[in-house]
Design a protein around this ligand. Structure first.
Ligand SMILES: *Cc1c(COP(=O)(O)O)cnc(C)c1O
Length: 355
């Protein structure tokens, strides 16, 4: 979380803008929360340039919940194409089997999820209800630098992206997207809020068994208030959106500024890793994630010592996901360049001390 956002929330904790209630104490149907919700949506639309024909839904259930909610709403029980690029898309593919007929259109499992499957080789179905991709694979550290243009690949299906772990880190080309979903906890705010951005024409086709609270049309028709929305999460995400809109980097502002910063952060860390024989990252350079950087020590017997030394310096949560091993630095929007520099300085020092 950006420090400025946490400080702002702390100042308003007991009494939001002097109204006498904290956000957690408000009725979601009250005037105050109505203002918070409307501003969060307006700021997000501005930040990500979301076109008018898309609905912004503030939901619950997380990214994993959406693995069921998307097929319940969009699949019509028919064929759906999945591009397997790492653990998260694999998980989505598996869950969808309960609700539709998922088809694996491409997979990079053979190269250990270190390179995205080339869109030109995808085996897209003629009649898919949608095509699912995970636009940033959090665990394997592979990211689409450009979203696939399905129309150019001969598919008429809408593209669904799981952008949980890089939402608001870069612009989104909405002309290529039908639906985007993401849990808020990586880049937007606290856990508990799920963001869905869905094109108008995709609403209204849910399966009969779809729970009402997870029916996109019901949620959209009720401005995310069919059931009580995660009010605290929406408030915190709203503060984050307005913080993002204010960011500047040279002549750049908002999403362009945060993207420039993310590019600089990633270049610093990958540049150092590539310059060293002691550390390595196995992902093809043009597929590397700007947000999640998995890396390995050449001598893995030094892993515990590396993590202990990092902890002493306040460099936390660097242990890699158990399915991949090694280390992983998640350098989300709120991580400043100075934080990445501190990591690189420590890595250099650890390498020297290990020689
Ligand atoms: C973290 C993450 C999720 C998580 O889902 P939750 O249900 O919120 O735990 C889903 N997809 C991706 C790509 C993620 O990084």
């Amino acid at each position: 979380m950006p420090q400025a956002v946490l400080e702002r929330a702390a100042a308003d904790m007991l009494s939001w803008q002097g109204c006498g209630m904290g956000v957690m104490e408000m009725s979601h149907r009250g005037k105050e929360f109505g203002i918070i919700l409307a501003k969060a949506e307006a700021d997000l639309r501005k930040l990500l340039s979301i076109p008018a024909q898309f609905h912004v839904l503030f939901m619950q259930g997380g990214g994993i919940g959406e693995n069921a909610i998307v097929p319940l709403n969009l699949s019509r029980g028919a064929a759906v194409d999945f591009v397997i690029s790492g653990s998260w898309s694999q998980k989505s593919f598996k869950e969808a089997q309960r609700y539709c007929a998922p088809h694996q259109a491409a997979s990079n499992a053979a190269n250990g999820h270190t390179r995205l499957p080339d869109p030109a080789q995808w085996q897209l179905s003629a009649d898919a209800a949608y095509v699912h991709v995970c636009s940033n694979e959090t665990i394997h550290g592979v990211e689409f630098q450009e979203l696939p243009d399905l129309a150019a690949l001969g598919s008429r299906a809408p593209l669904v992206i799981d952008f949980s772990s890089h939402v608001a880190s870069r612009p989104v080309d909405w002309s290529r997207v039908g639906l985007a979903f993401g849990g808020a906890q990586k880049n937007l705010g606290p856990a508990g809020l799920t963001l869905v951005v869905v094109r108008e024409d995709l609403l209204g086709h849910a399966l009969e068994i779809c729970p009402s609270a997870f029916n996109y049309k019901t949620v959209a028709d009720n401005q995310s208030m069919y059931n009580t929305p995660p009010t605290w999460g929406i408030y915190m995400a709203g503060l984050t959106f307005s913080w993002l809109l204010e960011q500047e980097e040279g002549d750049l502002q908002g999403i362009a500024a945060i993207e420039a910063r993310n590019i600089a952060k990633a270049a610093l860390l990958y540049g150092f890793i590539d310059s060293s024989d002691f550390y390595s990252n196995k992902v093809a350079p043009d597929c590397r994630s700007r947000m999640n950087v998995p890396f390995f020590l050449a001598d893995e017997s030094r892993n515990a010592a590396f993590l202990a030394g990092a902890n002493e310096r306040g460099l936390l949560q660097l242990k890699g996901h158990k399915s991949v091993g090694g280390m992983r630095a998640s350098i989300y929007n709120a991580m400043p360049l100075a934080g990445v520099q501190a990591l690189v300085d420590y890595m250099r020092e650890f390498e020297r001390s290990s020689a």
